[in-house]
Design a protein around this ligand. Structure first.
Ligand code: GH3
Ligand code: MG
Ligand code: MG
Length: 411
C-alpha cells in the first residue's frame, strides 16, 4: 500500500478508536446519571409516603386518641409510641418494608431521622446533619441528595424535612408538664421538649445502594458497546476496502507514469527513481548496471520505415523481458537504448547474462527486419559512488562496445 493511503488508514483507525471510546464513555455517564436520578426519585417517593404517614398520625390518629382522653375513655397519662409517635411508627414501618424488600431480593434501605432535640438518642443529628437541619430551617433548601460511598459501594442519600412543629406536635414537645405522663415516664423530661411552633426539629433521610442499577448499566453498556464496536468495525472494513481500491488505482496511475508507452517496459523516469533508490538503500550485494544499444538502428528506420523500427523495439523488449529473472529490472532509457539493473554472484555471471542476451537477440528472427545485433556495456556498483559516476562508467563501457558493435564491454 502507498504511504499516503497507509497513513489515511491509520488515521481513520485512530479516529474511529477515539470516537468509539468517547461515545462509549459518554453513554456510560449518561446511563449512570439516569440511574442516579431514577434512584433519587424512588427515594423521594418513599420519603413523601413517610411524610404522608406522619401527617395522618398527627391529623387523625393522635387527635382521635386525644378525643378519647377528653372523653375519659382513655386515661390522660396514656402514651404509647406504637400509636402516637410518628418517628417510631415510621421506623417500624420501614423495618417491615425492608423485610418485604429482602424477600423480593431488593436492596435494603437505610433509614434515619436526624433531630437537633431528639427524645430518643438514636435520632440525634451529627455535625453535618445539624448543618443540614439549619439549611432546612432557613429554607435555603427544600430537599437534599447526594451520592455517597460506604466502603467500596456507592449509595444515594436523600433527605427531606419533617413538617414544621404545629399545635398537635406541641402537645408532646412543649412543656413536659403538658405532655402525657406515660411519655415523660418512658423518655424522661430532659429531651424533646420546649420546641417552638414552626421550627423544623428533624429530617428523614433514606440511603439506597446503587449496586443493582450499576449492574444493569454495565449490562446495557456492554450490549451497546458491542453493537457500536461491530458497527465501527464494519464501517472501518468498508473504509479499508475503499482505500485499498483507491490505492490500487493510485498505483496503476503511478505505474502507468513509469511505463514506456511503446514497449510497455519501465521508462527513463522509473530508471532514475530506481537507481537513486538503490544507491540510497546502501547497496551491499553485487549490483550491475547494463546498457544495451541496437546497432545501426537508424538504418532499420531508413530501410523499413519508422513503424517497423517501432515494432523492432517492441519485439526486442519482449524477448529480453522473457529472458531475464524476476528480480532484474529492465528499462527503455532512450530511443533504442535499454538498461538492466541486476544482482549477480560475481562479474562472470553478469558477463554470461550479457552474452545470453546478445545471443538471443542475434539469433531472433525479427519481423521484416529479420536480424539485428546489440551492443552491451556493463559495470558493477562501487561503494559510495553516485548515480552519475555509476552511469557514466556503464556508458563508457557501452561506448567501448560500440567501437566494434555486436560486442560486450565491461568497466
Ligand atoms: P549505433 O547505435 O550502432 O551507433 O547506430 P544507430 O543507428 O543505432 O545510432 P543512434 O543510436 O544514434 O540512432 C538511434 C536512432 O533510433 C535514431 C532515431 O531515429 C531512432 N529512434 C529513436 N527513438 C525511436 C522510436 O521510438 N522509434 C523508432 N522507430 N526509432 C527511434
Ligand atoms: Mg543509440
Ligand atoms: Mg544504436
Amino acid at each position: 500500500m502507498l504511504p499516503h493511503n497507509k497513513k489515511l488508514l491509520i488515521i481513520t483507525g485512530i479516529l474511529f478508536t477515539f470516537l468509539y471510546i468517547i461515545i462509549a464513555a459518554f453513554l456510560y455517564f449518561i446511563l449512570k446519571d439516569i440511574a442516579i436520578s431514577q434512584n433519587k426519585k424512588k427515594l423521594l417517593n418513599i420519603l413523601l409516603y413517610e411524610q404522608a404517614q406522619k401527617s395522618y398520625i398527627d391529623k387523625y390518629q393522635k387527635n382521635f386518641i386525644y378525643k378519647l382522653q377528653k372523653e375519659n375513655i382513655l386515661p390522660k397519662e396514656f402514651f404509647d409510641p406504637t400509636l402516637m409517635s410518628a418517628t417510631y411508627i415510621t421506623r417500624e414501618t420501614l423495618k417491615e418494608y425492608n423485610l418485604l424488600r429482602k424477600k423480593e431480593n431488593m436492596p435494603q434501605i437505610i433509614y434515619k431521622i436526624a433531630s437537633d432535640n431528639p427524645r430518643n438518642p438514636i435520632n440525634k443529628a451529627d455535625k453535618s446533619e445539624l448543618q443540614l437541619l439549619k439549611k432546612f430551617n432557613s429554607h435555603e433548601i427544600e430537599s437534599f441528595s447526594k451520592k455517597i460511598k460506604i466502603g467500596d459501594e456507592e449509595y444515594i442519600y436523600y433527605a427531606i424535612p419533617v413538617v414544621p412543629n404545629n399545635k398537635t406536635c406541641m402537645k408532646c414537645h412543649s412543656n413536659p408538664k403538658l405532655a402525657p405522663k406515660n411519655l415523660v415516664k418512658k423518655y424522661g423530661d430532659k429531651a424533646g421538649f420546649y420546641e417552638k411552633l414552626g421550627h423544623i426539629r428533624a429530617f428523614f433521610s433514606l440511603t439506597i445502594p446503587l449496586k443493582s442499577e450499576y449492574q444493569l448499566i454495565n449490562k446495557i453498556a456492554l450490549i451497546f458497546d458491542s453493537i457500536l464496536f461491530i458497527l465501527f468495525l464494519f464501517s472501518y472494513l468498508i473504509i479499508y476496502f475503499i482505500i485499498r481500491k483507491l490505492d490500487q488505482k493510485d498505483r496503476q496511475i503511478i505505474d502507468s507514469s513509469n511505463i514506456d508507452g511503446l514497449t510497455k517496459i519501465y521508462n527513463r523516469k522509473k530508471f532514475n527513481i530506481d537507481i537513486q533508490n538503490k544507491i540510497d538503500q546502501n547497496i551491499t550485494n553485487e549490483t550491475y548496471l547494463m546498457l544495451i544499444d541496437i546497432d545501426y538502428f537508424k538504418k532499420i528506420n531508413d530501410t523499413y520505415g519508422h513503424p517497423t523500427g517501432d515494432k523492432v523495439l517492441e519485439e526486442l523488449s519482449d524477448i529480453i523481458t522473457k529472458n531475464i529473472r524476476s528480480n532484474d529490472k529492465f528499462y527503455r532509457i532512450g530511443g533504442e537504448e535499454f538498461a538492466i539493473i541486476s544482482t549477480q554472484k560475481n562479474k562472470e555471471d553478469e558477463k554470461i547474462f550479457a552474452e545470453k542476451l546478445k545471443k538471443i537477440v542475434e539469433e531472433h528472427n525479427f519481423d521484416e527486419v529479420e536480424h539485428l545485433t546489440i551492443s552491451i556495456g556493463f559495470t558493477k556498483y562501487k561503494p559510495n559512488e553516485s548515480y552519475l559516476q555509476w552511469y557514466k562508467r556503464a556508458d563508457e563501457a557501452l561506448y567501448e562496445a560500440k567501437k566494434t558493435r555486436n560486442t560486450i564491454a565491461e568497466k
